[in-house]
Design a protein around this ligand. Sequence first.
Ligand SMILES: CC(C)(COP(=O)(O)OP(=O)(O)OC[C@H]1O[C@@H](n2cnc3c(N)ncnc32)[C@H](O)[C@@H]1OP(=O)(O)O)[C@@H](O)C(=O)NCCC(=O)NCCS
Length: 164
Amino acid sequence: MKWPFRQRSLEDLGAHALSASHAQAMADIHAQTFKPSWTDGEFADLLSRENVGGVALSEQATDGGAMLGFALVRITGDEAEILTVAVTPKWQNYGLGRRLMDMVLANLHADRISKLFLEVDEGNQAAVALYRNVGFEQVAVRKNYYSGDEGQKSHALVMRRDVG
Ligand SMILES: CC(C)(COP(=O)(O)OP(=O)(O)OC[C@H]1O[C@@H](n2cnc3c(N)ncnc32)[C@H](O)[C@@H]1OP(=O)(O)O)[C@@H](O)C(=O)NCCC(=O)NCCS
């Protein structure tokens, strides 16, 4: 059997802007990381809007070119909101989430956006850790905001970070 060597070096990944042509790859990653996940049609619809965009990290074309993670952002006035961020499971904990957030913040700073908001399930330890580590602070709690598979409720943390 061929040795299943996989690159694990962030430097070997390519960063690129998201467009509607990436909707299927985004939906595939979302299906592996979220319940309920968003469809390719939903991603395509979001990305057709003037104020929605984002960034992805993908393998180099010579390694197959697969998308490994992305962050999707909506801008309203001089504020922005993370709509979703996801990294394919095999590549989690290798720094992609942090790199995606750093790229989002650098782009928003260049566009003079002042604040970035997001909502996260308080039980999502990986995401809460990522957001705290890149400087987000909790500003509110939306009680019983999320519903799990069996109807169980969990709170959403509303988090904010000044850009720049
Ligand atoms: C949340 C998510 C995007 C993080 O991506 P990632 O590439 O694994 O994160 P990174 O490797 O860049 O880690 C970023 C930081 O979070 C911390 N972290 C990551 N996973 C963690 C975990 N399971 N528990 C605790 N801390 C964790 C890391 O220690 C790291 O801190 P550092 O930068 O100070 O070293 C990824 O786990 C994911 O796709 N989860 C499923 C989808 C999801 O929940 N998205 C967010 C919804 S709001």
